[in-house]
Design a protein around this ligand. Structure first.
Ligand SMILES: [Zn+2]
Length: 285
């Protein structure tokens, strides 16, 4: 459906089933045709420059030493992703505010179990000069809670079983919270890379980067070791089983096996881009 924002006048598209309509330009939320007031925000504590410094000074595995000095920032967008805020009362004497991501598919990588802080949020007021992208919730509060509450439920059950009390699992929806991330782009030796930095806490959550010459050399050495190792094993086995002329055949056979075994390693040497994700091992593309 087409939506007309009563605050900034923008027109935008939102899915027909959406309960909460978020203006992508000013963040005004509509619910059933009216401005929805229970909206909060985590103010970004990092500006564009601070975010670039975090990313380029981060130094993930095998990143080049001169990344911070040789990389050139080429773009930065501030994104606000919507979280739902709940008041969760799992036990009679235990209550807390918790959040869950209101998106099924975030606009960039966010770790699945990302721990958004719940404290220090402020009441949100739309502004005409914010210049950020506000994202539309894709899940309703019930569904987002089912997806995002597992760890809270687990904690509450552990606590309850330790004290031999019953879990009440009372939860109420309290509103929408905007959480800021910087999506950064930079170039290094003519190639472009993307990084995502938590703009409230300053953590690098995702970063593409070039693998340094040193990192590639280490991979190459590993590949060569595998090649020589299997050639040698092949030669020994060959010599033992066919004393006459077995050495050469064994060496060739061993080499062939080695090439197969190290193909994965060799691929790492040729490709030069790596991806860091906060909750996973570095991946080479
Ligand atoms: Zn608006």
């Amino acid at each position: 459906m087409r939506v007309h924002c009563p605050y900034c006048g923008a027109e935008y598209e939102a899915p027909d089933y959406a309960q909460y309509l978020v203006c992508p330009y000013c963040g005004t939320v509509l619910r059933e045709g009216r401005v929805f007031e229970s909206v909060y925000i985590f103010e970004p504590r990092l500006d564009k420059t601070a975010a670039f410094n975090k990313a380029l000074g981060f130094k993930p595995w095998a990143s080049p030493r001169d990344l911070a000095s040789s990389a050139a920032p080429t773009g930065a967008e501030l994104h606000f992703v919507p979280l739902y805020l709940y008041y969760y009362e799992p036990l009679k004497d235990l209550a807390m505010y918790v959040t869950a991501l209101a998106l099924e598919k975030p606009p960039f990588y966010i770790p699945e179990e990302y721990e958004f802080p719940t404290r220090w949020r402020m009441a949100f007021k739309p502004s005409l000069e914010r210049g950020a992208v506000f994202h539309q919730p894709q899940l309703d509060p019930q569904r987002a809670w089912e997806r995002g509450s597992k760890r809270y439920l687990k904690e509450a059950r552990n606590y309850a079983s330790a004290f031999k009390i019953a879990v009440a699992d009372k939860v109420s929806f309290e509103g929408i919270v905007y959480y800021p991330f910087w999506r950064l782009r930079y170039t290094y030796r003519g190639k472009e890379y993307v990084a995502v930095v938590d703009a409230a806490e300053g953590d690098v959550v995702y970063m593409e980067y070039p693998v340094s010459r040193r990192g590639r050399a280490a991979s190459l050495a590993a590949a060569a070791t595998i090649l020589m190792g299997s050639a040698l094993v092949g030669a020994v086995i060959g010599a033992l089983s066919h004393p006459a002329g077995g050495l050469l055949a064994g060496l060739l056979g061993g080499l062939a096996a080695g090439v197969g075994g190290s193909a994965g390693v060799l691929r790492y040497v040729v490709e030069r881009k790596a991806v860091y994700r906060q909750d996973r091992a570095v991946e080479l593309l």
